[in-house]
Ligand binder design. Structure first.
Ligand code: UDP
Length: 242
């Protein structure tokens, strides 16, 4: 049916990716553009799952820094990811796609509970499946949720969208001589403490031998180009030579 290099993928978007130039919340134009990228990939024949963070609304660590109980803050952060997931579901449906939100915390008046077998069934039926509320526990992030769900559903690739065009040996915004990696092993990314994702997410992906591509989302058609096998951004994999 399609000439794609990957059959099933999971795309991780940060909550901040939905903000555009706003300081908070969701910019509808940005949401629409991201949804269109996802639909383009799905229509090309890929099974696409999504995880969206909540940092555009609340993060537990930030709330705790302001004096709130950390676990309560994390619960609020997880609920923020449900809000973003519902917004994305709506944007996808407006584009004519089929979409389902599945949450790791029970909130089943507004979306489905996460059930692995049902999630896989949705994907097989061409429904873009959005996993909300991370792993469902405080002290985790949606990066870990993305790695966990990608492994559980047997994704061929985890796509980590960022604002930078890959992984550098140091911050390219601060150092003009920063060098970008084409590919990198998980052990190296962990030992160099390159904080593109949290260490738990890298460790989970390494142990499950799940490859990950880290790339700049701000390029039209980028998801589909990656799915067609283009070498965009940085590929991270278990035991990879540089
Ligand atoms: N969160 C959590 N457990 C999870 C996933 C998320 O407690 O499994 C909370 C945590 O407070 C986190 C917030 O939800 O800061 C939003 O998620 P994240 O920071 O990963 O969002 P992103 O940075 O990707 O926008």
């Amino acid at each position: 049916m399609s000439q794609l290099a990957y059959r099933r993928v999971l795309l991780k978007l940060s909550g901040e990716a939905l903000m555009g130039d706003e300081d908070y919340g969701i910019d509808p134009k940005v949401l629409h553009r991201l949804a269109a990228e996802v639909v383009e990939a799905q229509e090309a024949g890929a099974q696409v799952a999504l995880v969206i963070g909540g940092g555009n609304i609340f993060r537990g660590a930030g709330l705790a820094a302001g004096g709130m109980d950390r676990v309560t803050g994390d619960h609020m952060g997880m609920l923020a990811t449900v809000i973003n997931a519902l917004a994305m579901q709506d944007a996808l449906e407006k584009l004519g796609a089929k979409a389902r939100v599945m949450s790791a915390i029970k909130i089943n008046d507004v979306c489905e509970d996460y059930i692995r077998r049902r999630a896989i069934r949705h994907l097989e039926k061409g429904r873009i499946t959005i996993f909300a509320a991370g792993v469902g526990s405080p002290f985790f992030t949606t990066d870990s949720g993305a790695a966990l769900r990608a492994i559980e559903i047997g994704a061929d690739l985890l796509l980590k969208a960022t604002k930078v065009d890959g992984v550098y040996d140091k911050d390219p915004k601060k150092h003009a001589d920063a060098v970008r990696f084409d590919s990198l092993g998980y052990d190296e990314i962990i030992s160099r403490n390159l904080q593109v994702m949290d260490t738990a997410a890298f460790a989970l992906s390494r142990d499950a031998r799940l490859p990950m591509r880290i790339f700049d989302m701000d390029q039209p058609g980028v998801i589909l180009r990656i799915l067609k096998g283009e070498n965009i951004g940085t590929l991270v994999q278990s035991g990879a030579a540089q």
